[in-house]
Design a protein around this ligand. Sequence first.
Ligand SMILES: Cc1cc2nc3c(=O)[nH]c(=O)nc-3n(C[C@H](O)[C@H](O)[C@H](O)COP(=O)(O)OP(=O)(O)OC[C@H]3O[C@@H](n4cnc5c(N)ncnc54)[C@H](O)[C@@H]3O)c2cc1C
Length: 457
Amino acid sequence: MADQFPEFDVLIAGGGNAALCAALNAADSGCSVIVVESAPEWCRGGNSRHTRNLRHMSAAYPEDEFFADLHRVTGGRTHEHLARMTIRASANCLPWMLSHGVRFQKSLAGTLHLDRTNAFFLGGGKALMNSYYQAAARRKIRVLYDAEVVDLEIETGRFRSARVRMDGRDLEIRAKALVAAAGGFESNLEWLEEIWGPPARNFLIRGTPYNKGRVLKLLLERGAVPEGDPAQCHAVAIDARAPKFDGGIVSRLDSVPLGIVVNRHGERFYDEGEDLWPKRYAIWGRLLAEQPEQIGFSIIDSKALGCFMPSVFPAVRGDSIGELAAKLELPVDAVCSTVDRFNAAVAPGEFNHGVLDGCRTHGLPPEKTHWARRIDQPPFLGYPLRPGITFTYLGVKTGPGAAVAMQGGDVPSNIFAAGEIMAGNILGKGYLAGFGMTIGTVFGRIAGREAARAARQ
Ligand SMILES: Cc1cc2nc3c(=O)[nH]c(=O)nc-3n(C[C@H](O)[C@H](O)[C@H](O)COP(=O)(O)OP(=O)(O)OC[C@H]3O[C@@H](n4cnc5c(N)ncnc54)[C@H](O)[C@@H]3O)c2cc1C
């Protein structure tokens, strides 16, 4: 039998950026608010605590350019009305964030290309989340940690209460409105395996282990209309030595375009120099997922040092390619012959890793079409790579007021969604750096305001 808890105006499921933006706005509208966060206090804040920046519209980055960027990365899989509304609303995110304690800093080395379009959080996402939790405490918002929403009572499309598991006991918490801000399902390994099959067991999850998609699944089971491709996730190449969960940004590795990538058999499998790295690095997660044992190895020589952001783990080093291959536990003869064939195919050219320089190979399957330089200057360096999942795309359908669309439902909803759990409405495919936090901030604020309105009715 579930324990009883007092009724709140607004219950927020989740404890990341979208959740806290919703909680603060609902409290600022005069509501009693409870935040239910499944993580313990020390790792509260979901994937949002791993972030560094937010993309926002400004005089230097107008709406049409922002929308064109979004249209390009999604291949048109976006709802233009919602997308443009989000973009316009992003113009006033910074003052609101400042007024809730967030501070900004200049972009750091390696991210200067985002200087015009993105605002960087001083102290990163962790400091941002701490500021929001402090602002929540000042507003007397109740926060439950180590508290997982395990069931939702929804009758004829209206939310009544949530069952929350804490300390092995179930509490029933009633509220007049619900904001679902519990992220995607990227840390639910069984769910990933249903989609990707056994290779999913070798994926690393870049963010929190708490985004298991339980709230998403409950909403879909209770009649919420799905949005976003269930079979897609955003995956990048990360250092294979990263932990299973929560490795964060420091396990990212940018050395791929500067050398070659071989698989477990010591063979190349894709053009490492296809396009500028920020545009292409997302496809490497999928490419690695298709390789034997879902692993690859980035191999460079000392000429590449200083041209890329290293991962937090030191490179494996060898004075010869053979020594490096042995240390990486790869078949030595196969790697030496792959490097020899690559070096022989490199055509003369003017190397410039800042542009598509046309330095390429000729007659090599697969060709390397840019930044191809002979790998011949010791020490030789290698990094093991695995697919690192950032987020999933399946979510619930919402309109501009953040209300969750329910199957056949024409009752005004008291269920709202914000952040990753509904991002598929706008970001149907691909990724635009900093846009996850834009969606969470814009829709979190809307969801908080609308949930407060629903609670008052
Ligand atoms: C390494 C990394 C770096 C990133 N960098 C950036 C960046 O710089 N800029 C950017 O815009 N985006 C970035 N992203 C994407 C960004 O993290 C997400 O878009 C954003 O954090 C989503 O916010 P959210 O509030 O929806 O989800 P989250 O912040 O993930 O929050 C979800 C919350 O729900 C809780 N939860 C889950 N299930 C339950 C349940 N059943 N009951 C209760 N609580 C539950 C979780 O504990 C968590 O607190 C990055 C992602 C990663 C992994």
